[in-house]
Design a protein around this ligand. Structure first.
Ligand SMILES: C[S@@+](CC[C@H](N)C(=O)[O-])C[C@H]1O[C@@H](n2cnc3c(N)ncnc32)[C@H](O)[C@@H]1O
Length: 269
């Protein structure tokens, strides 16, 4: 069959590598529920996963019970197509009914209210201007139920400012994190992920991230300015910067080379 050069088949290998190296959707789902429970003393049921990519987290979310629902939003049709083939089609009909996947800008969300809106893997860093990020936060606030929570995953630390590459081996491929550039004046940071398939090609620039590296206090201030009543910052419990996977509420953090932190912003106190 002649190949369609206009619409070549997307190379899904990068999503397979990404999911097995970067993501832990079962841990994420447990974590979202745990934080929400700490503040609201009940389990959240309605998730909106912003910047959802292959929406694997939403698929885990709706597996929790027949009452759990999820809305997944991403602009890019390619990861959504992968998620459809790889995850959505494997769900039961009841689970499929409780998951709505939208190819849509997070700035123009549907009117359905959520208990939790998540922006994982630092995705909101794509908004480089304060006014754009504030618009996003305000729109999230509007889309939250009165007890609702916006959960933001952040990354930072002096190591994130360096131009370096770091390789990690996984079964069947090597993950290469490439910090291409950082501008100390604008805090613009350009990062990429490449994958080297074992005995196969290098998937160069499989994912490219053109971000502003926001700081925690900037985001705390902006969330409050956007109207969130309570903002709690979570920091790695072991405090060694290695990511123990256990995060606790803090008002101060230790200075690590690089760190991951979560900001939980509540619509009401
Ligand atoms: C860093 S990836 C995150 C994927 C996934 N959430 C994860 O945790 O691995 C960022 C995703 O955000 C999407 N994206 C960027 N800007 C967006 C926007 N304004 N609205 C919706 N999705 C957007 C991109 O298409 C990309 O799939």
């Amino acid at each position: 069959m002649p190949s369609d050069t206009k619409n070549p088949r997307p190379d899904f290998r990068k999503y397979r590598c990404y999911e097995s190296s970067v993501m832990s959707p079962d841990v994420d789902v447990e974590w979202y529920s745990k934080i929400y429970f700490q503040h609201r003393h009940r389990l959240p049921l309605r998730l909106r996963e912003d910047f959802c990519g292959t929406f694997k987290v939403s698929c885990e979310w709706i597996k929790q019970s027949a009452k759990h629902t999820a809305i997944s939003m991403d602009l890019d049709p390619e990861p959504l197509a992968y998620g459809h083939a790889r995850h959505f089609l494997r769900l039961t009909p009841s689970q499929q009914k409780r998951l709505k996947v939208l190819q849509q800008n997070v700035l123009t969300p549907p009117s359905t209210l959520s208990d939790v809106i998540s922006a994982a893997n630092f995705s909101f860093f794509i908004f480089k201007q304060r006014k754009d990020l504030k618009r996003y936060f305000k729109s999230c606030l509007k889309s939250l139920h009165k007890d609702g929570m916006l959960l933001l995953e952040m990354v930072g630390g002096p190591e994130m400012l360096k131009v370096v590459q770091e390789k990690t081996r996984y079964r069947g491929f090597t993950y290469i994190w490439d910090q291409k550039s950082f501008d100390p004046v604008t805090h613009d940071a350009l990062y990429a992920i490449h994958f080297k398939i074992k005995d196969g090609p290098l998937l160069k620039d499989a994912f490219v991230y053109d971000w502003r590296l926001w700081t925690i206090p900037e985001i705390q201030d902006l969330l409050r300015e956007a109207g969130f009543k309570r903002v709690t910052t979570y920091w790695d419990r072991k405090g060694n910067g290695k990511g123990s996977g256990e995060y606790i509420p803090v008002t101060q953090g230790r200075n690590h080379g690089s760190w991951i932190s979560y900001l939980a912003a509540f619509k009401n106190d």
